[in-house]
Design a binder for this molecule. Structure first.
Ligand SMILES: C[S@@+](CC[C@H](N)C(=O)[O-])C[C@H]1O[C@@H](n2cnc3c(N)ncnc32)[C@H](O)[C@@H]1O
Length: 604
């Protein structure tokens, strides 16, 4: 139990501090956590002592301009048209240590230091250092430089110097633009502008860059759209003056290092010096410094920034929802639609929850809906409210290799029945003829059509029938499916009193609320047929719900009553628990001869 508390540090801080940080009134930008330094420090201290890995309650916030906002009252939340999440409020900066090494040495070292590297979810423990990539030709020269340092070849040093410093400008190679700028900077003094008239122009940021800077917050947002992590080296101020104004941010610091990589070290080494590092790291540094006079490995301090995109859905919702609220963690998906089933306590925050679900599951999820009411109508369609994303409820679902177009506004679909449909399909043989009485958009009928001889598929809902026809064509099975649009009882009567009856071997009745009561339609269906001939009596698969203590017994009773037959040999299968104590069952049995040839029939 203690561990659970420890893993949820936010609950500690929420209990201790005022909840006013979570829900602002208008404007509708939702932020989290107070910025009060003492609060933050205490939160950090608590969090840091109790958990490993990144957390919204650890690290620091990058911007000091954060303004705490007043709580969002429930009435206001209900009025809310659209929730906008303050994504910047989720940015956290972590101080970590890293070994900066030449890129070519990186992978062997990664293997060697594996146990000491940062092991945070979704964070690569190797990071690039922007702006230190080296041109191919130049890296050759760098190679030569090392040789020279070992005292092997002096002419290469000359060539390198000429290239870097323009020592023999005019007689040497042309300087690269970067090196040329570097040279200018070195010779720049208070009279610099007189000597180098173009220098001011060169150091002025390009128009596009300037525009981005002016846009500030907006510009940054654009840059971060798909980013979730950023690693920056914290340059040592003593190393040299900051030339970024002249040379651009990429050339901050004057040391030219060539292509390097950062091996991010475990968070426990964040503030440790070389002496406090584990032996493995010390050994690597020692070996390297022994190899040449200028050590190429160095221990550096880094800032690792995690953005809104990094945090998972539950982390964001835990931070945003009031303390004690159960965080909605699961949802069903139907094609591009995420289907929530929110509790009453979530309703004031429904748009906010939907926005997070959308953000965290894009691009697969494009629309987030919530079920407004229990399914009550004849067509078993759901009353849905679109909470986020596009409003289209028409989508395409792929199930067991078949594609189905569905419009959740007008037809029934339940992805949770996929396994059951597959189980049923496994019961069918090549020679079967299947009769699907409550077919919907055809998930059973269409997949069966691929396997069996023929399918008769029926539904009362004209929209479902339209989609069934479309889906038959979409899956190139329209020739094997005959479609009907009538009430289930009439349909049973119509097919079993026609020539088709001879061939039908399987009947599927998937309308769990009422299907058992439709079984009376089978009474007397063969009564007009000569008794001396042989008939195939179909296997019926009928679905039903039961809340009884013995659901099988209860459902069996209902079937017997509907068939007016005391004992029926039934095979029961529990499909799934649809609610606490409520089972969905499938009963399979061969239609009893006494029922098929009964003299009494129902009135249609
Ligand atoms: C639970 S859905 C099952 C659909 C399909 N078998 C599936 O697995 O997705 C029940 C279907 O029965 C249809 N239905 C409801 N009452 C009906 C009736 N009296 N006659 C025929 N179809 C009916 C509904 O329109 C709905 O498509």
């Amino acid at each position: 139990m203690l561990t659970k508390l420890v893993l949820r540090p936010y609950s500690l801080s929420f209990t201790i501090f005022s909840p006013h940080r979570f829900f602002p009134s208008k404007p509708h930008i939702l932020s989290l956590f107070s910025t009060s330094t003492s609060t933050q420090n205490l939160t950090l201290t608590l969090a840091q002592t109790v958990s490993y890995g990144p957390s919204l309650h650890k690290g620091t916030r990058p911007s000091p301009q954060y303004v705490p906002q007043s709580p969002l009252k429930e009435e206001e939340a209900e009025e809310e048209e659209e929730s906008v999440i303050d994504e910047d409020g989720f940015t956290r900066v972590f101080d970590i240590a890293a070994l900066r090494v030449p890129s070519k040495d990186c992978f062997p070292l990664e293997n060697r230091l594996r146990g000491h590297l940062l092991n945070w979810p979704r964070i690569r423990n190797i990071a690039r250092v922007p702006g230190d990539e080296l041109e191919e030709g130049f890296s050759k020269l760098m190679g030569e430089k090392r040789e020279i340092m070992d005292g092997e070849d002096e002419t290469s040093l000359d060539s390198l110097n000429r290239r870097i410093y323009g020592k023999a400008e005019g007689d040497g190679e042309r300087l690269s633009p970067v090196l040329y700028r570097e040279k200018l900077v070195k010779t720049f003094d208070s009279r610099g502008f007189a000597n180098f008239r173009n220098l001011a122009k060169m150091s002025r940021p390009k128009r596009k860059k300037r525009k981005e800077e002016q846009e500030g917050f907006e510009g940054k947002k654009e840059r971060r759209k798909n980013d979730f992590v950023m690693v920056e080296v914290v340059e040592n101020g003593e190393e040299g003056e900051d030339l970024s104004g002249l040379l651009g941010n990429e050339f901050k610091g004057r040391k030219w290092r060539g292509s390097t990589r950062l091996l991010l070290l475990d968070e426990q080494y964040a503030d440790k010096g070389v002496e406090e590092m584990p032996e493995a790291i010390k050994a690597v540094l020692k070996e390297n410094s022994g190899q040449s006079m200028a050590s190429t490995f160095e221990l550096v301090r880094c800032k690792l920034t995690l953005f809104y995109n990094y945090w998972q859905m539950n982390e964001i919702l835990e931070a945003l929802l009031p303390n004690g609220t159960i965080v909605p963690s699961a949802f069903e998906t139907v094609g591009h639609i995420a289907h929530l089933n929110l509790r009453d306590e979530h309703l004031p925050y429904k748009k906010l929850i939907a926005k997070v679900v959308l953000d965290k599951n894009k691009p697969k999820i494009q629309t987030v809906v919530n079920k407004i009411d229990a399914i009550q109508n004849d067509y078993r369609t759901m009353q849905l409210e679109v909470l986020a994303g596009n409003c289209s409820l028409v989508t395409t679902v792929v199930e067991n290799g078949f594609r189905f177009h569905v419009d959740l506004a007008t037809v029934y679909w339940n992805s949770r029945l996929a396994t059951e449909r597959q189980r049923l399909l496994n019961c069918f043989m090549r020679n079967d003829v299947v009769c699907d009485v409550f077919t919907g958009v055809g998930p059973i009928a269409i997949s069966a059509a691929k396997k069996v001889k023929r399918v008769y598929a029926n539904d009362l809902n004209p929209f479902a029938v339209e989609y069934l026809e479309r889906n038959s064509v979409l899956n190139k099975l329209e020739r094997k499916i005959e479609v009907f649009n009538m009430d289930g009882r009439r349909f049973i009567n119509a097919v079993f009193t026609s020539q088709k009856a001879q061939s039908i071997t399987q009947v599927v009745m998937n309308l769990p609320n009422d299907a058992a009561e439709y079984l009376d339609a089978f009474r007397g269906i063969f009564r007009k047929k000569p008794k001396d001939r042989e008939y195939t009596l179909p296997m019926i698969h009928v679905y039903g719900f039961s809340k009884a203590r013995d659901p099988e017994f209860d459902f069996h009773e209902r079937i017997s009553i509907a068939l007016s037959e005391a004992a029926v040999d039934v095979k029961m299968h529990r499909v799934r628990l649809v609610a606490p104590g409520k089972w969905m069952l499938c009963a399979s049995f061969i239609l009893p001869e006494s029922v098929a040839f009964a003299k009494t029939t129902i009135n249609l």
